[in-house]
Every structure is written in C-alpha cells, then in structure tokens.
Design a protein around this ligand. Structure first.
Ligand SMILES: Cc1ncc(C[n+]2csc(CCOP(=O)(O)OP(=O)(O)O)c2C)c(N)n1
Length: 423
C-alpha cells in the first residue's frame, strides 16, 4: 500500500494542517494491516501531531464471487491442459505465500519456473523446479517447458522486460492465466478484488488436482555449458558456476546473496534454495552489506557473490563482519573491469577498474583471504573458507571478456531487439 502525504502547499503554509495529514496517513496505514510505504517530507519528521477524532476507514475489498469464479475458471483450465506450468513471481515471497504455492505445485505435480525477481520464492532445489524463466535468454530445455505449455499459471508478477527477460512474447492470452495482487486475468476475463492469497488458498485446497508424472528433467540439473576442462587451467566463469553448484549440493541450506554485475546473471544458474539480489533496481554495492544484514537478522551464514567493481563501492563494509559476529564467505569475481557494461558496448574504453589487493585487504579486516586462479583452487578455498569460523574472501581472477552464458544470451537478445528495424 503506497500513500504519499502530498499536500505540500498546506505543509508549507501551515505545519499543523500538515501534521494532521501525516497523522491521518499513519492511522490509515496502521489499519490496513499490510506492509505500507509512507513517504513523509523530510521537514515534517519532527512536526507535532493532533490525532484525528474520526479517522477515515480504509478496507481493501474482497469480492467473494470474483474469487469463486476465478478459481473455477483456473481449475477448469488446469484440468483441460495437457502441459500446465506454474511460474512463481516476487509477490509470492512478498505476501508470504511460499508454502501455499508449494502445496499447489505438489498437488498438481507440474513443472514450476520462477521469474527473475521471483527466483528463490519457490525452493530452487525442489524436484519440480525447472529454472528461472527469462524469455529468449533461457536455456532451450526451459524455454521448451514454458513455451510449449498450453496453460501457464503466472503467480504474483506482471509481465515486463525485467521480470521475464528480454521478451516473453510466447506467453499470450491463449495460454496465460495471471494472478497478481488483487486481480486475476484469464484471456479477456478480468476478476477484480480477487486477492492472490485467497485465490491460492482456494486452489491449493481444491480436491482432485491431478498428480502428473513429470515427463521432463529439470533443465538446471544439466550444466548450461559444461566446461569439462582441466581443473588446473585458468579459471572461467563457467567453472565458478560449477564449483558453486557443487558447493550448494553439499550445503543445501546455504543462502546466496548476489550483487549486480555478471554475478547476478551467474546466480540464475546457481542452485541455492534461497537467493537474494537487487534484481529490480540492479543497484551495485548491495551484496556485502546485505549479507551482513541477512546474517544479523536471520543467523544464517551466507555465500556472497560480488564483482570487483561492486566491491569497490561497498565491500569495505566487510570490515564490520568480525565485530558483528558475522562470517560470510565472499566470492569476488575479479575481471578487472565493469564487465557487464563492457559486454553491452565492447568498444567502450572506460570500464576498467583499478586493481585492489582484495584478498590482502580482507585479511587486514580480520577475514581469511584466498587468491585463486584455477577451478581446483576455488574448490579448495571454498572448503577451507567454510570450515573456518570467521569471515572469508575468495578472490577469483578471471580474464576480461569472460562472461556467463546467461549474460551472453541476454546481451545477444538485447542487441537483436535494439537493432531490429522500426516497423
Ligand atoms: C550503483 C550503481 N552504479 C552503476 C550501475 C551500472 N552498472 C551495472 S553493472 C556495472 C558493472 C559491474 O561491475 P563489477 O561489479 O565489476 O561486475 P562485472 O560486471 O565485472 O561482473 C555497472 C557500473 C549500477 N547498476 N548501480
């Protein structure tokens, strides 16, 4: 729920009126019993408040008839479908609907994909999880699962370029059922005031949801680009993804925190159940502070992925780890540049980063530091870092121009779209 205290004229003219606006907004916010984003102009923070005598009531309407009919239509579409698929979006996490979605998915026995923002909203290591769908950027087996489906139930996300990749043209009125926030859209039908939590609860409790034997293999179980390389050769980003997947297989409850850069695209292929990243605003410098926040608030020890450029923005926050009792393991992908930007504009001459002695700095901050140049060394360093009690930083030296398979498909699709002739 978003409410802005907009009466700026009143605020400037009369702080008492302004304070009443703030009070009313707070009161409304408190009553809706949902997360609320309330924006208050800075100069009002310490203004006095007269509580309104008769505050306005706000109630989010639920139309039981709309819920009923939406559920009936979704069920009949699911039952008639030959190859139904669920796509889990970010609202499933935001509204705390993960357990319901797992129940529904297991009752249906269908493949489940996630959107980019929704990665981790459905457990990535669940046997029905087929991958993070990014439109044309996705690996072929995942595209086949989603795009050949005659019934795609998209839960908790609107379709946009950021949520489902460069193009989700294959999803259409023909095969798409969309439940988002308080609306359900099926073809030309729109059910309003049908909240996603109510719709999902009804769906999950419906009898006779057939269990289908999954006739497919989760594409992520197959390495996207198997390296099959000498573990003592100079390490590549594909080797890093493989090593981190081997690590996730051995530690299946470790959460991954990713920064922005190629690490965010690499994270799409790293199978940790929980994944946290700035996938919407793509803000660099997120991962190290976010990892400390995660560990302080949940007690879980995170694995952190960050590029050298993003680390140069906020990485020194790692110096607080020991003091805060945090022991993240940071894997720093050092390619000596802002490689993600370079990939989009290869002629650019301004993306190089200055070299920092990352592993040595980490040691000065009370962490263990590792420098690795081969896949074998990365595996050893991960083992040693995790076995230690304290925080650690593993600096992986990569070649300039070495980018993940997902980023390279994203760049190719982006170029094709930007360069296509205008209609
Ligand atoms: C705060 C902020 N500044 C700039 C950008 C634009 N940007 C996106 S990716 C990127 C480069 C990231 O470099 P690095 O962390 O070294 O990772 P790499 O791309 O090399 O994997 C930049 C500058 C951003 N997303 N956020």
């Amino acid at each position: 729920v978003y409410r802005e205290v907009t009466e700026y004229a009143a605020i400037l003219d009369d702080p008492r009126t302004a304070a009443a606006h703030v009070a009313r907004a707070l009161d409304v916010a408190w009553k809706v019993k949902r997360p609320v984003y309330l924006e208050i102009p800075r100069d009002m923070v310490s203004a006095g408040i007269d509580l309104p005598v008769d505050p306005p009531q706000v109630e989010l309407r639920t139309d039981e008839g709309a819920v009923e009919e939406a559920v009936a239509e979704i069920l009949s579409r699911l039952r008639a479908a030959e190859r139904p698929v669920l796509i889990v979006g970010v609202e499933v996490h935001r509204f705390g609907l993960g357990a319901l979605v797992i129940r529904l998915a297991e009752a249906l026995g269908v493949p489940v994909a996630s959107s980019f923002l929704g990665r981790g909203a459905f457990p990535i290591r669940h046997p029905q999880f087929a991958g993070t769908y990014l439109g044309v950027v996705s690996p072929a087996p995942l595209r086949e699962v989603v795009e050949s489906s005659d019934c795609v139930l998209l839960l908790g996300e609107l379709i946009s370029d950021t949520s489902l990749g460069v193009s989700a043209d294959r999803l259409s009125e023909r095969n798409l059922l969309l439940c988002v926030a308080r609306d359900v859209f099926i073809g030309h039908h729109r059910y309003q005031d049908a909240p996603i939590d109510r719709v999902l609860a009804r769906l999950a409790a419906s009898p006779g949801l057939s269990r289908r034997a999954p006739a497919w293999r989760a594409p992520e179980a197959v390495p996207d680009t198997p390296s099959a390389r000498d573990p003592h050769a100079p390490i590549t980003i594909v080797d890093v993804i493989e090593a981190l997947n081997a690590f996730a297989d051995a530690h299946d409850d470790v959460p991954l925190v990713s920064d922005t850069g190629d690490c965010l695209f690499s994270a799409v292929e790293i199978r940790t159940n929980l994944c946290m990243g700035p996938a919407y605003y793509a803000t660099m410098g997120f991962a190290v502070p976010a990892a400390l926040g995660m560990q302080v608030s949940t007690g879980r020890r995170p694995l952190v992925l960050v590029g050298d450029g993003a680390f140069q923005m906020t990485g020194p926050e790692l110096s607080h780890a020991v003091e805060l009792g945090c022991n993240p393991v940071v894997v720093l992908l050092n390619n000596g540049s802002w490689e993600m930007l370079q990939a989009f504009f290869p002629a650019a001459t301004y993306n190089r980063t200055v070299p920092w002695p990352f592993a040595r700095l980490a040691e000065l901050w009370g962490c263990r530091g590792f420098e690795v140049r081969t896949a074998a060394a990365l595996r050893d360093a991960l083992r040693l870092a995790w076995a230690g009690d304290g925080p650690a930083l593993i600096e992986v030296t990569l070649q300039r121009g070495d980018i993940s398979p997902v980023l390279s498909r994203f760049v190719a699709a982006f170029r094709q779209r930007v360069n296509r002739p205008l209609p």
